[in-house]
Design a protein around this ligand. Structure first.
Ligand code: BTN
Length: 317
């Protein structure tokens, strides 16, 4: 029901309550109730007396054919399948639940009801906006061999957005434009930490939020429309096309092969930062990352390396 309603309104044109009711086989009052529900999903609806309802600007819904036809052919042959869901709690949880069957499965959703960010944060995931995607990938060689992988995925996302110099990487895996967050990456692992690891690579990219009522995001955000001309479907396809080769190369050469590229786009290089761990807070100058992906901070002339999922890094004002 909701899918048909959204697909109809996605054209951005006005549709009367009566015509929507006829389409769905329900009363105008029922249509109105469904529309209120859609608004609670984060969709912006306009209603004008005599004209009906519309989604201003329309929506580019995710389309498996559009994604599949835009994915690099060599990459497509390595994917098991692409699953497109109207709604899920979290695409990461969906892929994680597939366990050892997740390798090569991609899940993309229109909306997440329990989208997750790093350090237990919520990832705001309104319907039809942005990209919420996760990919399952299994690696041999244990968890230690995966150090730095989330940074390498950041490089893939940056390349996918065909970004110019203004798009930066912030340790460990934020993609920033103009110091505002454009995309984030959440890697989660199951399996044997000393053997085959099943990795869930979750990627969220902000797309199409400009001009919308501002979602409740607790940090300044940027939109892919500010940095590249690609549609949502194209960004999904390009992200896959750039991520898979990096996963394969990473298995062979680790993060060290991306060190130069990372440093060229490092948002914090040479800048004063504060690093916060659950146990301590460190002030210093960011001096890049190590070959294992750890952040390097110079505090009073002594450079130390830090890594771990609970660490956050802030540019000092
Ligand atoms: C962060 O910057 O804190 C990481 C954000 C990761 C968000 C993505 S959206 C798709 C996938 N599913 C989730 O629940 N989270 C990741």
């Amino acid at each position: 029901m909701y899918n048909r309603l959204i697909q109809t309104l996605a054209d951005g044109e006005f549709h009367s309550g009566q015509s929507l009711g006829d389409l769905l086989g329900v009363s105008r009052t029922a249509v109105w109730k469904h529309l209120r529900k859609l608004e609670s999903y984060g969709l912006v609806l306009e209603s004008v007396k005599g004209l009906g309802y519309r989604i201003p600007g329309g929506l580019e819904l995710l389309d498996p054919d559009a994604i599949n036809s835009a994915v690099d052919a060599a990459v497509k042959s390595k994917l098991k399948r692409l699953e497109l869901l109207p709604e899920i709690d979290s695409t990461n949880s969906y892929i994680a639940a597939l366990g050892d069957q997740a390798h090569g499965v991609v899940c993309v959703a229109e909306r997440q009801t329990g989208g997750r960010g790093r350090r237990g944060k919520t990832w705001v995931s309104p319907y039809g906006k942005n990209i919420y995607m996760s990919l399952g990938w299994s690696f041999e060689g244990g968890a230690a061999a995966l150090e730095g992988l989330s940074l390498a995925v950041g490089i893939a996302v940056r390349r996918a957005l065909n970004a110019d110099q203004a798009v930066k990487l912030k340790w460990p895996n934020d993609i920033l434009f103009d110091n505002r967050k454009l995309a984030g990456i959440l890697l989660e692992m199951t399996g044997d930490p000393s053997g085959v690891c099943h990795l869930v690579i979750g990627i969220g990219v902000n797309v199409g939020m400009i001009g919308e009522s501002q979602p409740a995001i607790d940090q300044p955000w940027a939109d892919a429309k500010e940095v590249c001309p690609y549609s949502r479907n194209e960004i999904v396809a390009r992200t896959l096309s750039h991520t898979l080769p990096i996963l394969e190369d990473f298995s062979r050469g680790g993060f060290a092969q991306y060190l130069d590229e990372w440093h060229r786009h490092d948002a914090c290089m040479g800048k004063p930062v504060t690093l916060i761990t659950p146990a301590l807070s460190v002030e210093g100058i960011a001096v890049g990352v190590a070959a294992n992906g750890a952040i390097r901070i110079d505090s009073g002339g002594v450079v130390k390396e830090y890594s771990g999922g609970e660490i956050s890094l802030r540019l000092s004002k």
